[in-house]
Design a binder for this molecule. Sequence first.
Ligand code: F6R
Length: 622
Amino acid sequence: MCGIVAYFGKKEAQPILIEGLRRLEYRGYDSAGVALLKDGAFDLYKISGRIANLEGIVPEPSSPATVGIGHTRWATHGKPTTPNAHPHIDCTGKIAVVHNGIIENYAILKKWLIQEGCTFKSETDTEVVANLIGYFYEKNLSRDGQNTPQRNNRFEWAVQQALNEIHGTYGLAILCLDCPDIMIGVKNGSPLILGVGENEFIIASDTSAIIEHTSQAVYLSDGEMVCIRKDGFTTKTITDKEVQKELKEIEISLDQIELEGFDHYMQKEIAEQPQVLETCLNGRVDVKNGRVVLGGIQDQLRDLTRTKRVILAACGTAWHAGLVGEFLFEQLARIPAEVEYASEFRYRNPVIDEGALFIAISQSGETADTLAAVEQAKERGATVLGVVNVVGSTIARTTDAGVYLRVGPEIGVASTKAFTAQVAVLTMLAIELGRRRHLSADIAQALLKELTEIPKKVEHILTQNEQIKQIAQANIDKDNWLFLGRGLNYPVALEGALKLKEISYIHAEGLPAAEMKHGPIALITDEMPTVFIATQCSQYEKIIGNIEEVRARGGKTIVVATEGDEHIKQYADHLITVPDTVEQLQPLLTVVPLQMLAYHAAVLRGHDVDKPRNLAKSVTVE
Ligand code: F6R
């Protein structure tokens, strides 16, 4: 949801900014720009479209400027045009800003600024921020006329005055022409990290734009700003109170964010699943004693044994993982559980009883709706845990405690390895809570033993790549698909449909298989492939019945079944198999061929798999 990067140091800023934007492009990719500060002027380059377009308009050879800010956009206010691309420069020409987030009261501020004589060139909320800072900087007096800046920090003061007026979310990097020796970064509700190198500083939306230059970083909290000068940096709150921040080691490495021979990040991330699941389980599963050790929440677990209700909240793919979690908490721990769309939950004035356990699931740890639900659950007294991938992300820091996914950076916009790890973590949590209540050691041991076999089994599924590609090819001209599953494979049907629609732009719907006959069966023709997840499970006979209903109406079927199931072959126009496992763990396997199917469909249709249209990786706006 927009990526920002800013450089302040001794090297040429331009190539560092362009490379940083390339790394952040998954966050938004409808327009991009850089502003370079050189010889008392801003050199501004911006353009609609991808970073590749920006590379075509920046100077060659590179500008000698050693300070600059850059942005890759996912449009919220105003179309993805060149005038709306960031950076935005205020009407005095002195202040340049890049912004990730939303300024909620921008319209009223814009009206006031226009009355005060400011002019605007774009439709964005961000230009209001630039003009507001410019206004206070020029006027040199606060809005109530009570406050004037100290002589040597007028720029910093003007930023604080402007932020006083703003409601909304922002990660900002700001430059001022009169102060070429200062760069300011501010965070509130959008991620912002300061990379600290030798005589150089990089502000960025995430560590992938920093790691090439330094492994030391400061993670700003909401309401904090950093002021970078040649001799170092200071951190304070927006309200001008000094804060001491710790330098932390960035945990990702450069090779984790490279393609390493794969054509796409999504392809790489699907293939990484055996290894990342291994890492996710490592040291956490104690098969011998039928127990799970989750370091991040060990202290909370003791109290959680008495939990009366589990509320899971998430969005999109993470919500589908939460639905698997809901089933498992009920089945294994016998605790009433419900997964909520975070976006709906927060506006519903939900009843959260004392002692409820609230679990937020998020790959990025920055999803605005999930974060808002977390804040609400905390206010209402729930114990709030996070199941998050990005270390140090806002949700990870806002929750009371949590469990990291440990899958490394997920860069492909379509989430794959994070889903399987989210399911694995929720499975471990459900088993451990079950064990602390009434789940027998024998059952827990058997489940955990089987859980440790999952990475190998996923590896085996990946060997069917060519066959799955052919199935995608055989159905590539079909514009509507159905995905059906029952029980724990129903969330997988939802996830299979979401994967297909978001990257191949094929309309797809996921449903509980038994719901078909209540309406959607009217859609069935031989032009509509139906994907059934029909593995050996308690509802096997029932789903065979559902397959027959579809075939009786001329429907074509793609069936995901258990290896060695000869009986099912007669029901499948196309068959994909997964190794046998216990019913509770089947989603960890059955989702993998559906990820592969969606991947191949998107490639065959010629789409940009890693950057599907209209989407962005982390949704930091409501
Ligand atoms: C789909 C996808 C999205 C995310 C959703 C939540 O492939 O990636 O549906 O799952 O936006 O994102 P996180 O998990 O970062 O909170």
